[in-house]
Design a protein. Sequence first.
Lengths: 464, 464
Amino acid sequence: MTTATGEDVLELLRAELPSSRIRTDQVTRDAYSRDDAEWAPYELPIAVVLPESVAEVAAAVRAAAAAGVHVVPRGAGTGLSGGANAVAGCIVLSLERMTAVLEIDEAERFVVAQAGVLNDALRAAVAERGLWYPPDPASSAISTIGGNAATNAGGICCVKYGVTRDYVLGMKVVLADGEVVTLGRTTAKGVVGYDLTQLLVGSEGTLGVIVELTLRLLPLGGREERAVVGSFPSLSAAGVAVAAITAAGLIPSALELIDRTCLRAVDEWQQLGLPHEVDTLLLAKVDDPGAAGEDAADRIAALMSRSGAVTVERATDPDEVNRLFRARRLAYPALERLGPVLTEDVCVPRAAVPEMLARIQAAADDNDVTIANIAHAGDGNLHPLIIAPEGDDAAKARAKVAFDRIVDDCVALGGTVTGEHGVGLLKLPGAAAELSPRVLAMHRAVKDALDPHGILNPGKAFPG
Amino acid sequence: MTTATGEDVLELLRAELPSSRIRTDQVTRDAYSRDDAEWAPYELPIAVVLPESVAEVAAAVRAAAAAGVHVVPRGAGTGLSGGANAVAGCIVLSLERMTAVLEIDEAERFVVAQAGVLNDALRAAVAERGLWYPPDPASSAISTIGGNAATNAGGICCVKYGVTRDYVLGMKVVLADGEVVTLGRTTAKGVVGYDLTQLLVGSEGTLGVIVELTLRLLPLGGREERAVVGSFPSLSAAGVAVAAITAAGLIPSALELIDRTCLRAVDEWQQLGLPHEVDTLLLAKVDDPGAAGEDAADRIAALMSRSGAVTVERATDPDEVNRLFRARRLAYPALERLGPVLTEDVCVPRAAVPEMLARIQAAADDNDVTIANIAHAGDGNLHPLIIAPEGDDAAKARAKVAFDRIVDDCVALGGTVTGEHGVGLLKLPGAAAELSPRVLAMHRAVKDALDPHGILNPGKAFPG
């Protein structure tokens, strides 16, 4: 990086972009300084740039590169790892104004859309044409498809339908010097050269700014949702049910777990009248149509009962399905009422879920912090939610100790330190523990190859 | 590359490896000089190395790197693009002796296996444990999973189940200096750092030598195969049926097309008694169980009839399903009886399949060559098979002209020049036409980052 002043880059930006695209006021700079990761460090950016076209993104990156100023790209800022947090002296480049759905190809089943389209808006647009975009992060109402791709976002349906990566066919990318390239394809298959599209997915804005995506779609029809929700007297009984469902070769379209702490928080807030003997809820969906779906739901219900479920509820009517999944939807906001939530995101082998949950509880007990659990149990992807009361610095410090211990336990059980939220800043130490020095050197070599001057989102995605 | 003599590397190899691992005789060097790509250039290697462990692969690559000698890695040599063809002064490193299935995890549904395990052997090993490895290249009986991953092999079930890439969770890789790294994970999800696993898949041995793979599996049970085979009076009628099946939102587990030239070759060889009014066969499978599968098969059969099929045959009994697909299995060997077959591998948007088939026929007519067509029609992935009689150099030259024209037509229709066989050597000009100069520069930068001395499989995978 050359030494540069904020004024250099602002002058270049103003020469290239309409003034409505550049914000330097304190309020805006503060609002765009961080994502939704609690306690990840951040700085105030020099400016926030809000481009409205690929050409404007390219111009902004060119200006930053010319001035030797860092660029932190950002979708909606809903990330939970600090990947979009501003670094000292940077500009934040928000893709939020790039919201055009450019093309929907019904015959080939793909959509081309700008990076700033919200996940739910994309789903709605393609649903009108009888098509379905499966990836469903919990943030789907407020997160962008560009951010989803940059972080390889997961969600609830992953257990059957995979993650964002599995739907990205191609993309338009602004490289670190401002040049625009098109990667990937629109066809169903293709093996020309290295899969740079897949390299960019999950690279957290460190290798290029994703400005446009070509996403594979599935037919909307042909599925029928059935919910099966079991209430269990203990976490371990629910863990046995998860293992039994997997071992039976069943692939539900959702298999979520909510623990006692979450359930109590939801119940205290919304008075759902959850019986007090319920310790853990296991929420499954299957979406095979007709008799096959009915059979799968029967088998899941039977396996829940056999594993010790106190009650097992079934639903097929869409409103009833939604009612049964209500506690899942309310869990996160219910917990946020108790204080800032530090969201963990470890992923362990499915068979290790009960052991990992026990270790999480031990980390909570030993550090005198509250940890609630939401889990994509069918994927072994756990979200321990560590809560420290607002303004209690001692509790915050203990929460951080618990966070680190959970990461260590996850690695010890053969897991990975981030299942779907990304490394960002919060998981840099975890990534350093998980990846070997030579693999980290490969990361550095790839980064240097594609961003030789280190312009894009420095210090994110992998430990330096 | 430093200048080196063959003796330097042989001396180093002999110091590091048992003598049974090193072959320098003319017959072996010739046998390992090329894969199954007709007419791709090749040289004789200095030696063929047949390591039996990861440590031996690493030692061989270290020796080659020290001597500045190129390494061409190879599975079973069944590739169709020349990706495994020897270059001047290289050693060929065959993984064929690394055939151990190391671990099958039933709970987590993955297998860890060495690169030299044959695809069918892997399927058999996991099937014994109630698990299924979907990727099914036509070469599955003779190709290795290491080669499948290095080329991101496709197959027949891709239309529903995806390609090799979709099943690779992680791998052990010997890098260009002989160091061994582990990439990826064993968990269902994970987003730590760049997805170097996916970068290696399909990189044709140019970035590292894949020595071990962790592959995701599906449950073996829960599927029931039903075949629906329609015979059509014209290619265009079959094309209409493909479009109708896709538009109806049906996702068959196979949707294959065989044209008149293939059918005649099969019939002349095996006297199947195919009626002469049959111009094109469209072969579909569905594998949804029970009523859903029956319904899908009904709908496919109805759409075939409505699109002009002369006959539509149905089968559910496994032997009958196999009988209906017999012409598909026999097509390639039947054509090989007519002369050396140059296999094309273009992939176009599904809607462009009829137009692409028409252009292929025009390329055949204008160049006076025989071109037969097998197509993974449901993916838009066509395999025009260009046949030139043995020893007819003029026909061979005309075939080459037709080959290039088909590639150009594919790009003009929005397709990609290789759907599943890879760039190797045969598709270097096509890749140069498809990829922009800057995207090619990105390839070169990534290659230089991970193999700075250019040791591994030089000149393959992307045009220099």
